[in-house]
Design a protein around this ligand. Structure first.
Ligand code: P6P
Length: 337
């Protein structure tokens, strides 16, 4: 079987970017290295004392699991060693991490990440993920600044996720389609397993935490009832599939078709998910795969970022399903979306 590794693929695709001098390629390889290290620890989390809680809480007010900290540290170390970014933003850090080192002084990019999304599932052996988003720096030199991150999602130059599940996969885009790589532990390489991923236009699965039903906008309530109605012509009722780990739900929906919704609720009036390092990268990826990502009203990637940890509602997945959900939101929900 002719195996194509991530490194070979990146070099091959570098020709797509005639002006690139390999920096983005090296950054993608740095991500792959850190992902392999994190995967190794996630796979044996049950065996060593990195389970359980550190007793701290992060800016989200969530109790932090040790593996969160470990993953954050590994990715930060990989980016510092690689020298391709001048600043990092992370869900685990209140403020940006400017990088001021000799090796990074000519860095052209900044990177935002959720180092271990869905980490509340670690102790119960459910898939978790890393989400990342790459922008060109706006500042001219020196360590990166907060302003370097205050860009719309449309300005991303790369985005993707790593899913630590039954296998470890890296799925990313640089604006020319989406490609998926599966880690072959026997050779320690990510190998191209899902070339040119396209998400089905229609799907039969919807992912949402229905425990919040009473607090959903009316448009979401009406859409959920639509999903549950009997109608053979449109393959309804759909199936409800919600893992509680966004990367896992979205990865499944990307491959099989479906919609993931985290709307506003009374507890999360602006939605729960973060624009910079969750919604924008997932939106870039799903659009490159032929899907859609909106707030239920506006395109995610056009929302201005004004705060580092800004939240937004998210409707993401198969284009026809997102369109249908937006019809219900337009008709029944006057809330700002
Ligand atoms: P809830 C994990 O914390 C996360 O950010 C997503 O990965 C996941 O889909 C969602 O939040 C789960 O949130 O409120 O349904 O537990």
């Amino acid at each position: 079987m002719n195996v194509k590794t991530l490194g070979q693929f990146i070099i091959e695709k570098q020709a797509d970017f005639p002006y690139a001098k390999g920096e983005l390629s090296r950054l993608l390889r740095d991500i792959g290295i850190a992902a392999k290290i994190v995967n190794r620890e996630v796979n044996k989390a049950g065996l060593v004392d990195i389970l359980g809680e550190t007793g701290e809480t992060n800016i989200q007010g969530e109790r932090v699991k040790k593996l969160d900290i470990y993953a954050n540290e590994q990715f930060i170390a990989a980016f510092k060693a690689g020298g391709e970014v001048c600043a990092i933003a992370s869900e685990e850090n209140d403020d940006i991490i400017p990088i001021d080192s000799e090796i990074s002084k000519s860095a052209k990019y900044v990177i935002a990440m959720d180092p271990l999304d869905g980490s509340s599932n670690i102790d119960v052996n459910v898939s978790v993920g890393t989400i990342f988003s790459v922008y060109r720096r706006l500042s001219l030199s020196g360590p990166g600044t907060l302003e370097d991150f205050m860009q719309r999602g449309t300005e991303q130059v790369a985005a993707g996720y790593v899913i630590y599940g039954s296998s470890c996969m890296l799925v990313y885009t640089t604006g020319k389609g989406v490609n998926g790589f599966t880690l072959d532990p026997s050779i320690g390489e990510f190998c191209l397993s899902h070339p040119n991923m396209q998400t089905p236009k229609e799907g039969k699965m919807y992912s949402i935490n229905e425990g919040n039903y009473l607090h959903f906008p009316d448009g979401v309530k009406k859409y959920l009832k639509y999903c549950q109605e009997e109608d053979k012509a449109t393959n309804r009722p759909y199936s409800s599939r919600y893992i509680g780990s966004g990367v896992a739900d979205i990865h499944r929906n990307l491959i099989k078709g479906g919609i993931y919704i985290y709307p506003t609720t009374t507890k999360s009036p602006n939605g729960k998910l973060r624009l910079l390092y969750e919604c924008n990268p997932l939106a870039y990826l799903i659009e490159q795969a032929g899907g859609k990502a909106t707030t239920g009203g506006k395109r995610i990637m056009e929302i201005p970022l004004t705060e580092l940890h800004q939240r937004t509602p998210l409707f993401l997945g198969s284009s026809s399903m997102v369109d249908k959900a937006m019809e219900f939101m337009a008709k029944y929900s006057l809330e700002k979306v």
